[in-house]
Each structure stands twice: as C-alpha cells, then as structure tokens.
Design a protein around this ligand. Structure first.
Ligand code: GLN
Length: 196
C-alpha cells in the first residue's frame, strides 16, 4: 500500500496538530488552502476552530466545489468539532445530519471525558470537548460510533467521519488511525471500480 495522502484544511483552526498525528501514523499530510491542494488526495480533515470562519474561508478560497469533487471521487472526509458542523446539512451538506453548535452549554463549555467508540477497540478514548457540538438529528444512513449522555458525538456515513471533540489534542491516535483505515478501504474500492 503506498503512503496515504491526507490533506488538512488549513483555512483556520487547529490544523497543525492533525498533520503531526497523521504523519506519525505514516500518512503524507499536507495543508490545504486552495482547490489545487486537493488534487490527488485520498482523504481530507476539516479541523476544529470556528465553523463560521471556516465556512467563509472555504467560500472565499473557492474550495467548496473541490471538496465536493473530492468526496464524489471516493475521497474520505473527517470533520472534527467545528469541522463536523461544516460537513452538516446546514453547511456543506456532506453528512445527512444536523450538528447543534455549542451544544453542551455554558457550564460544560470545555471538558474531557473517556468515551467508548465503536471500531477503535475496547479501551476508552480520552476526548477533549471545546465549545463542542453534538449531532441533533441524523438520517438512517448515519452510523453512531459514540454518544455522550445520549447525544451522538462520533458518526460515520460512508466515506465521511465526524466527531464533536478534538482527537488531535491527546496522544491517542486511534481515531485518526480509524480514519486512515477507512481511507485505505475507500482507496481500494475506487481502484477496483476503475479496473472493472
Ligand atoms: N464552537 C465552535 C463553532 O461553533 C466549534 C469549537 C471547536 O471547534 N472547538 O464553530
């Protein structure tokens, strides 16, 4: 398997820590600022930050059609925190789900907890929530991989993975590894389809 090429949207927010984690897992991680930067990528991470600013940045850089084309060509997408909001049906519409911004309210603006996440093993994952959203509604094609107090916080729909917290802020890389495995699977499927 050749090295996976994963881009990290570097419009705003915490993109550097994602790139570091992906590199530690063996991916070629690059920063994405223009539509050209998306060419040839296997996967794309949309990091946390401020969803309004990220959406504006995507718009002013003309990135929306390129992100859509990336997904239509079988590329994977991983939206974290604000990135989850950016993917939802009120924004780019790449996920059949609606995220609720700042869902945990004032008292729980920022907190850490241990979460059981399907697909990454038994060991709970330390999750850092910072003014995090949760998934308020989702369609039948969306798999909930983890919930916190009854609210979905890790979801997957086909090639799109989204989580409400910041998986790049701990030293546990399992969610990024899960995303990379998803990307390898998507890559192999796209190749098989091209060959048949
Ligand atoms: N509250 C932010 C928003 O609504 C998301 C926060 C984050 O990404 N840590 O965009």
């Amino acid at each position: 398997m050749p090295e996976l090429r994963i881009g990290v949207l570097a419009v705003q927010g915490g993109f550097e820590a994602h790139a570091l984690m992906l590199r530690e897992l063996g991916a070629a991680a690059t920063e994405v600022r223009t539509p050209e930067d998306l060419a040839g990528l296997d996967g794309l991470v949309i990091p946390g930050g401020e969803s309004t600013t990220i959406v504006k940045g995507i718009d002013s850089a003309g990135l929306e059609p390129a992100i859509r084309a990336h997904c239509e060509a079988g590329g994977t997408l991983f939206g974290t925190c604000a990135g989850m909001i950016v993917c939802d049906d009120a924004h780019l519409g790449l996920l059949d789900a609606t995220a609720r911004r700042n869902a945990f309210g004032r008292q729980l603006q920022s907190f850490e907890t241990d979460l059981q996440v399907d697909g990454i093993g038994e060991e709970p994952l330390r999750a850092v929530f910072i003014r995090a959203p949760w998934v308020e509604r989702h369609g039948p094609g969306v798999e909930v991989l983890s919930s916190y107090e009854g609210h979905p916080v890790v979801v997957r729909e086909g090639n799109v993975l989204a989580c409400a917290f910041h998986p790049e802020l701990t030293d546990d890389p399992r969610l990024h590894a899960f995303f990379m495995a998803m990307t390898t699977g998507a890559h192999d499927r796209a190749r098989e389809e091209a060959e048949t």
